[in-house]
Design a protein around this ligand. Structure first.
Ligand SMILES: Cc1ncc(C[n+]2csc(CCOP(=O)(O)OP(=O)(O)O)c2C)c(N)n1
Length: 343
């Protein structure tokens, strides 16, 4: 096998000689937030084999810059909707870690009341409006929420996160078309990691037709960015948010990224033969978190002692949240019919 999908970005080298465009506090927060997501997922992964988490999981390792960069450009009352790979978006939007872990353990304190698991995380208090396991299923719902903001003349915006495979669903383009027509305040955020489970992009979509260009065909701006670069993601989202808030309509962002783990569950699944394990090693060299760390250190904005402190604080938070989740009660039989709609 060979490495089919290579990193094509420029890393932070293009920024090293540029003046800082963002505050130190924000840059350090980007780093810390990405590190936190990574460490949370590593802990989930290390405990997954215990089979106590009664939920399928889809790890976002490798995608952290997308979650953090985009959610950092939003206000708390802006809404996000996601697919099945939700951990990063949920955490970056400020969702409760205890609520998320309790959901994975199917405990009553779960953010979806133990009914959804990892693919149905939500925390309405921070604008994490919902996620759907149906590929492309959340995109029309997000578009509907944007329509309601427009009709009510509210200034919030909505982000619909989607994978590359979601752009093979009619629902995706119906929503894009409608949003462009009505100039809705929605951002379609495609995380193109080149795979749909075990099928690579080249066996699913015609070569040389970029996803963001298809979106442009519907009459809205499309942009392709480096999804490993949190600053690129932040800037592109900020621009799209400003456009949406001004009533100028939607934007389609395609971020090129890579998932480091298998499609679902813990560990890498490359050995099954659908991608070269060397491809994973290749992308690991462009770690969104280490890349930003090196950049911050070079700029004199961060150091190893501060990183150690962040690691300690994150570890303590994670341990406490796992203990909370594991010691939370299971739902009882009497809870079975709450939140159930039956006509
Ligand atoms: C409508 C529908 N078809 C098929 C599936 C099975 N399925 C689950 S995840 C997935 C791949 C999704 O790939 P992508 O949208 O690119 O996101 P990624 O997993 O790469 O993050 C598929 C085909 C599904 N959940 N829903």
């Amino acid at each position: 096998m060979t490495i089919k999908y290579k990193y094509s970005g420029r890393g932070y080298s293009s920024r090293e000689n540029q003046a800082l465009s963002l505050d130190k506090e924000l840059l350090v927060a980007f780093y810390r937030d990405m590190l936190r997501i990574r460490r949370i997922e590593e802990e989930i992964e290390s405990r997954y084999h215990e089979d106590e988490m009664k939920s399928p999981i889809h790890l976002v390792m490798g995608h952290e810059a997308v979650s953090v960069g985009s959610c950092s450009a939003l206000k708390k009352d802006d809404l996000i909707y996601c697919g099945h790979r939700t951990h990063g978006h949920y955490l970056a939007k400020g969702g409760s870690l205890k609520g998320m872990l309790s959901e994975l353990y199917c405990r009553i304190n779960g953010c979806a009341g133990s009914r959804g698991g990892s693919m149905h995380l939500l925390d309405k208090s921070v604008g994490m409006a919902g996620s759907s396991a149906i590929v492309a299923g959340a995109i029309p719902i997000a578009t509907g929420a944007a329509l309601s903001f427009q009709l009510k003349k509210q200034e919030q915006v909505v982000v619909a996160y989607l994978g590359d495979a979601a752009t093979e669903e009619g629902a995706c383009w119906e929503a894009v078309n409608f949003a462009a027509l009505k100039k809705l305040p929605v951002i379609f955020f495609c995380e193109n990691n080149f795979f749909s489970v075990c099928s690579s992009l080249e066996v699913r979509q015609p070569a040389n037709v970029e996803i963001y260009k298809k979106a442009e065909g519907f009459g809205l701006p499309g942009v392709q960015i480096d999804g490993t670069q949190v600053l690129d993601v932040y800037e592109a989202t900020q621009k799209a948010v400003a456009r949406a808030r001004k009533g100028e309509g939607p934007t389609f962002i395609e971020a090129l990224t890579y998932r480091w783990r298998g499609h679902g569950g813990a560990g890498d699944d490359s050995a099954s033969g659908y991608r070269d394990p060397e491809e994973v090693r290749h992308w690991e060299q462009f770690c969104p978190i280490n890349g930003l760390y090196d950049y911050l250190v070079k700029k004199g904005l961060y150091n190893a002692a501060e990183k150690d402190l962040a690691e300690k604080e994150i570890t303590a938070e994670i341990q406490e949240a796992f203990e909370f989740a594991i010691s939370s009660p299971n739902p009882e039989e009497k809870d079975l019919y709450t939140h159930v709609y039956s006509p």
